[in-house]
Design a protein around this ligand. Structure first.
Ligand code: ADP
Ligand code: MG
Length: 443
């Protein structure tokens, strides 16, 4: 029976990996099946955040998979060797109460291990790490800001989870979005239950509030938050906040809150560089047990250069398409998944169309591109032409060189490599190349 269970479980896992790739995580391999009887497959999961994730995203996938593999109606149950953990504080006692169902849970994806550190987020990461090791002692409050999708929530949750792991005795961590705080406050006012509200927020070891820009223009919530803040601060309890802009830039935020928010450490997360984006794509791929070729990683990192969440979305699309077609992840497939025309259409791009687009964009003449001038204003568009011709047409290096005043293949290759490199390091060049490519391939 044990062998049979292991075999069934293995097939269930493969089924989930193939058919629900967006939810698949590499740690699924560590899950053990506990039993299969009376139409119920029990899955043993020790880690609370894992169990939460499975419950939230995977029950349907596992149920379907189990039914498919066994040919019977099967339901799924998660059992834990650490059942008691459910009752341990991590804001859980609040979370489990009926009026708190909208409290956010920690994602097992959002750990320090899964966070890629780069120049854009080094300080914010270091500060969160320091705070999780010595809450209330180093930076208080810690205020992290940056535009959407750059990893604020990830870092905040990583700090909470690390703190829960590090602490010798179970601490009270209260983590939520500012919207939840505000709604909770309004509800307490309506119910005349401010006593319980205050007890809940003012007696924790760490208070973590995500997206505090939500306080903007909400005067009564600001007032309440101010007093919550002061109580915790005076008791040397750690406060971590995030927002999409710095405290000073939050519109209609009382001065006294701005000054409180500024009195600890304020750090900004910037857009990730090309190298960091590549590292993030690789990290996210690893978490799903996939290993896309380097050129695909590069392609994604180049194409999406602002929002990290979209990088992940791109990877999900590509992986999903590969699973659907049962084919390996290739550059071709990645292009197709991200809505670029597949190669046949690329083949139809002609060198003269490329020349038209480039001469128009850079405001140069064809005779300049074909001539001998080497000034940057001419050489650069010429090299962009050669790059696009190599990327979007099937012509050989020699043929491409022929269109530009009979230049030889090493010149074309040099131009290609030069622009390719610039696309990695220079946002302007990448933007130009991307928009010319889009214009040429999406006609
Ligand atoms: P924000 O709260 O700033 O809007 P999130 O924390 O929700 O952004 O991040 C969006 C997505 O990008 C998440 O899946 C997160 O894991 C991922 N992400 C952002 N920055 C990084 C990073 N440096 N390393 C790994 N993943 C990241
Ligand atoms: Mg967020």
């Amino acid at each position: 029976m044990a062998d049979l269970l292991v075999d069934i479980w293995d097939r269930v896992l493969r089924h989930v990996q193939k058919n629900h790739s967006e939810h698949w995580r590499n740690w699924f391999e560590q899950i053990e099946p506990a039993s299969l009887d009376n139409g119920t497959l029990r899955i043993e999961v020790a880690d609370n955040s894992w169990r939460q994730y499975l419950k939230q995203y995977c029950t349907e996938a596992f149920t379907q998979a189990a039914q498919q593999v066994t040919g019977h109606l099967i339901s799924i149950e998660y059992v834990s060797s650490e059942q008691d953990d459910e009752n341990q504080p991590q804001g859980k006692d609040y979370r489990d109460s009926s009026d708190q169902t909208d409290l956010l849970c920690f994602s097992p994806d959002y750990t320090f291990d899964n966070f890629v550190v780069g120049p854009c987020n080094r300080l914010s990461h270091a500060a969160c790490l320091a705070v999780s090791e010595a809450p209330g002692k180093v930076y208080n409050p810690l205020f992290i800001h940056g535009s959407v999708g750059l990893g604020k929530t990830h870092l905040l949750q990583a700090a909470c989870q690390a703190f829960l792991k590090n602490a010798a005795s179970p601490p009270q961590v209260l983590y939520m979005s500012c919207e939840t705080f505000t709604n909770d406050f309004i509800h307490a006012v309506e119910q005349g239950d401010l006593y319980n509200f205050r007890y809940k927020y003012r007696y924790v070891d760490i208070l973590v509030i995500d997206d505090v820009q939500f306080l903007s223009e909400r005067e009564r919530s600001q007032e309440e938050f101010f007093h919550t803040f002061n109580t915790l601060y005076q008791n040397r309890k750690q406060i971590i906040l995030s927002a999409d802009c710095s405290p000073t830039e939050i519109p209609k935020l009382e001065d006294r809150l701005v000054s409180r928010f500024n009195q600890g450490l304020v750090t900004r997360i910037d857009k990730p560089t090309f190298e960091t984006r590549m590292a993030i794509v690789k990290k996210k791929a690893g978490m799903r047990s996939i290993k896309p070729p380097e050129e695909v990683v590069k392609f994604i990192a180049r194409k999406i250069d602002s929002n990290t969440r979209e990088l992940e979305g791109a990877l999900t699309k590509i992986h999903g398409l590969a699973m659907l077609d049962d084919s390996p992840i290739t550059l071709e497939l990645a292009r197709q998944a991200l809505g670029e025309e597949p190669t046949p259409a690329h083949r139809q791009v002609t060198i003269s169309q490329i020349i038209d687009a480039v001469t128009e964009h850079f405001n140069v003449r064809l005779s300049d591109l074909q001539g001998k001038k080497r000034s940057r204003s001419i050489a650069h568009p010429r090299q962009v032409c050669m790059y696009l011709a190599r990327e979007l047409t099937q012509h050989s290096l020699e043929e491409i060189g022929g269109h530009f005043g009979g230049r030889d293949h090493t010149t074309v290759l040099h131009a290609f490599r030069h622009i390719d490199k610039l696309c990695d390091t220079d946002e302007n060049v990448r933007g130009t190349v991307n928009s010319l490519t889009a214009g040429l391939t999406q006609r």
